[in-house]
Ligand binder design. Structure first.
Ligand code: PHE
Length: 346
């Protein structure tokens, strides 16, 4: 009888250990626990029979049964720990981070091509003794036109499609030239050498070549005995530095009410080396600025006596210059705020 029970316990031990070894999850070990060690488990059932043993055998079988219970409990703990470790290993493998992958670089901003071009323009004219003069973007009709020798009703006003405000006589400047008057009125009768950079506004049909808002850099020199040769020297030096030595320059006669004589200045197209392309409209030349000798009327409006003073002025478009430097063939890229544009023209 006791031998039977001991054998039964031996068999139970082997079976329990074999089964435990196949448990793969915590839930399976819990099911195993109730099968063997739970209230209705096999070991518990076996121990119920202890009472039917002769009293002298009970301690021996009882000890054996208790040891078995302890051993199975210990085995359960070990199995559960092994499963836990295996689960951790699985998760580590599944969530493995490949530290050799290249990181995601934060996109770093950089200066806008207009800003870079403006700074280069400031540097070059700075070397030639030009100071930067700030003039307003919101102007009066008087400064934008009348004082620049474009009286009301003058057909030259049609050269610029002006944005008017609801305040009579107040407009957005169509060019930086009104800054000439501001500078002259501030400095007369001292000699002047300034550049006036800033935004201008024209109601244009927006195309690859024209935007409604764009920059200009005006230049103005007023003094005694300033001649067209000075203007030419300054512009040749500027183009040499901006585009590199050896570019060809073309001075074309032109008309502006505030300069006399007036010219427009072209450089040979950087994009096609003068061969002719879409950007230069197959002419091989690109216009970069308008210029001329300051009209005596304008000198007088600025407070200078044209009998004793003369001067030159020019107005250039930095976006146009940036397009040439960076090979951009559409001005609309500049102000559509697509960061890929900035990333491309590094
Ligand atoms: N203000 C002229 C324009 O916007 C350019 C210019 C400036 C021409 C100075 C001559 C002198 O077209």
């Amino acid at each position: 009888m006791s031998g039977d029970l001991l054998q039964e316990l031996d068999a139970l031990e082997r079976e329990a250990e074999r089964e435990l070894a196949t448990a793969q999850t915590r839930a399976e070990t819990e099911a195993w626990y109730s099968r063997y060690l739970g209230r209705k488990g096999a070991l518990t059932q076996a121990l119920r029979n202890l009472g039917s043993l002769p009293p002298d055998l009970r301690p021996q079988v009882g000890r054996r049964a208790n040891r078995l219970k302890q051993r199975l409990e210990q085995a359960l703990k070990e199995r559960q720990e092994a499963i836990r470790q295996a689960e951790i290993q699985d998760r580590l493998a599944a969530e493995k981070v490949d530290v050799t992958l290249p990181g995601r670089r934060p996109s770093v901003g950089r200066l806008h091509p207009t800003t870079r071009t403006l700074r280069e323009i400031y540097r070059i004219f700075g070397q030639m003794g030009f100071q930067i003069y700030d003039a307003p973007e919101v102007e009066t009709d008087e400064y934008n036109f009348t004082l620049l020798n474009i009286p009301e009703g003058h057909p030259a006003r049609d050269m610029w499609d002006t944005f008017y405000t609801t305040t009579p006589g107040v407009i957005l400047r169509t060019h930086t030239s009104p800054g000439q008057i501001h500078a002259m009125r501030e400095y007369a009768p001292e000699p002047i050498r300034v550049i006036l950079p800033g935004k201008c506004y024209r109601h244009e049909d927006v195309t690859a070549r024209a935007e409604m808002m764009f920059y200009q850099v005006e230049g103005l020199a007023v003094g005694r005995k300033i001649t067209f040769a000075d203007l030419k020297g300054v512009l040749v030096n500027f183009v040499d530095q901006m585009f590199g030595q050896g570019r060809r320059l073309r001075f074309r006669k032109s008309y502006f009410p505030f300069t006399e004589p007036s010219v427009e200045v072209d450089v040979d197209c950087v994009l096609c080396a003068g061969q002719g392309c879409r950007v230069c409209k197959y002419t091989g030349w690109l216009e970069i600025l308008g210029a001329g000798m300051v009209n005596p009327v304008v000198l007088r409006n600025g407070g200078y006596d044209p009998a004793r003073f003369s001067g030159f002025a020019f107005g250039m478009g930095p976006e146009r210059i940036a397009m040439l430097r960076y090979g951009v063939d559409d001005i609309r890229y500049f102000y559509t705020n697509d960061v890929r544009f900035l990333e491309q023209i590094g």
